[in-house]
Design a protein around this ligand. Sequence first.
Ligand SMILES: C[S@@+](CC[C@H](N)C(=O)[O-])C[C@H]1O[C@@H](n2cnc3c(N)ncnc32)[C@H](O)[C@@H]1O
Length: 250
Amino acid sequence: MKFKTKLGEYQAVETADGHLTLHSGLYDENCHSTAGAYEETLHNYVYGCSIIDRANNSPITILEIGLGVGLGVLATFNEAKNCQNKIKFISTEIDPELAQWVCRQHGFSNGEISNDKIKFNIDDNFEVEILIGDARETIKKLILEEIKVDCIFQDAFSPTKNPSLWTKEWFRNLRSLCNNNSVMTTYSASVKIRKAMLEADFHVTNMKGFGNKRTATRAFTDGLFKDEKLEGELSRSKTPPFSDKDLNEI
Ligand SMILES: C[S@@+](CC[C@H](N)C(=O)[O-])C[C@H]1O[C@@H](n2cnc3c(N)ncnc32)[C@H](O)[C@@H]1O
């Protein structure tokens, strides 16, 4: 299956757990690992951010960077639907037609639709807001609105293909959306990306990677989770943190 939007062409790709992902022509990358799109989402984000424990403890707000094929929304809802507290799931997406396609595919409807937002509830406890546009700008609006998030699914395309969503300035903006006990996970374990997170005042720890990836990253705002050894190694590394000034060089 293939479809085209104003931003490019998408091609469905079957992955090892039976779930489809999309290949984006614009970014020339798949949204997920072919080792299993749904399993990867569960591993990196739903389990990586301990969504079930958190949502049993208090109401939570999740921010997802990149709606993609909507598996972040779906896997989170499936796992957390019996949790005791409300979940607000904010996702960001640059391609409006992709966001509409995702809503049709998963039967997400009965909500409010405008040029820059699709909002709906999956059940009484699970509210979804898809914010359309460049996430770099969307995040600035959330900061102005003084929104706070508990969990961040940092699921942009790779730093090579989608660099503007991996710089220290980007992570600084994400950091200002966090409270004192927020967590952010991502599949990337790159040193320059981890250093960008450290510079943005996150504490960086290792997380087991999915599929054939040995390591992924879990970052916290609470210093209790600080991994002194890893942060020491990162600080001694000569690799500079990835920053906005590197964007022009790509
Ligand atoms: C790896 S996919 C996300 C997969 C998704 N989390 C899921 O579970 O299906 C990355 C997504 O980020 C979107 N994206 C890329 N650059 C963006 C930007 N600057 N602002 C908002 N979304 C962006 C892409 O269009 C793509 O849908």
